[in-house]
Write a protein that binds this ligand. Sequence first.
Ligand SMILES: [Zn+2]
Length: 453
Amino acid sequence: MKHVRGAGCLILLLTLLTTTLLSACGSLKGAVGETAGAAQVTRYYTYGMFFQLEGFLEEPGEVASAALVLRSGSGEDGTLYRAEVPVSLSKKQGRLRFRSAEKIDEGLCLDTLPTGTCAALLETRDREGTPRYWTLEDETGSDKKPAEPAIEYYTLSHGRGHRKVTTEFRTLGERNTLVFQVRRSRLPADVYDIVIDPGHGGKDPGAQSGGYSERDIVLEEAKAIRTALERAGYKVLLTRDGSEDPEVNMAYTLYDKDGRVNRACASKAKLSLSIHLNYSPNKSQNGVQVYRSRKAGDAFARAIAGGLVDGTGLSYSTMAGKTVPGVYTRTFSTADLREERAKAKAKGFSFYEATTSTDYYFMIREFGGIATGAYVDGRNPDYGTNEYRNSNQGVDGLLCELAFLTNPEDLKVLLQDQRGIASSITNAVDHYVDGLYENPGGQTADLLGKETL
Ligand SMILES: [Zn+2]
């Protein structure tokens, strides 16, 4: 179809396209098929490259297992995606609760959906294995909050061209359900693939040692990483480029309109790497530490940490608490919470409802919207507001402590092998993205490249 020439062919092409479009719309009702009733969706959102939903079935009957199913209504039975979903029965109300994956960055990878339109259903099976299908209805709004808006997601390109995935509740005949529409699309000017967030800046130097400051080294690393990622075909946003006012306290402008939080969230980027350096009075302390959200899996963080260790002279940090080599999480400790509560009291505002399972680092928690429990709503007079705290499109943010500024061997790599660091991170991102295409989590692999529209 790529080399069609002449008016006759064009008319034929248009006719074919119109017919296909009409039949695709018609068949979407068919995609829903026979249903047992409706399941209620209480939250739906993206985090990184993944789509998630949570909800419940009021009268589930006998359920031994459940799956999220996407159907196009064309082809054999039109199933584009099928993956088991965790379910739990809440005893109190007898409701069957379900969520599409255990971790916020696992399950349905939007990038791997083929172009076309499909409807999502919940499939439940009884002990005999007999399936029943349930439409998914919008129950995301309540007295306390408006319903979540439709999601407009742009895939990472990575040499495959961009696609726009629109996810919304739609009426199909008599019923409503969640619909995914995937189209080839250009990336809008204000949408990015990846955010690179060099830490500190302005009059905040970060860690300092031997005449070097974290602020300046991470900026150079970040610029090199941007160049390498752009060469690999990604569209990259830097949250600061060194042109910031040297007198401005960046720690207090995080949540301004042009601050790093709102800029990163507005970019609709899928992935973000905040670049930092570690500090220790013990000069032998060294190595890479990558922090991820406590609610996420290890895959992305492991790819970055492993890439740095394989591709440079850096090694994994030996610090305790890792989930896999080089990968860490940090949530508020009881001491942190006590301290934050005391600060809030002194400044006269009621402290946020953070707990010991809330992500501690703002660039992980606040970049992720509802997926990671972002909460900065402007009540603290020192800060602005995270305008995207209720967003149902979260950026998968990692905090990368590349190395220790205080360790002589680490410092040597930081100063002398910026290109190695940049290409290792780029290879790691490529590896992670390619891995999702090879193993998308559900049964979409054999359908990739198959055009349904
Ligand atoms: Zn730092």
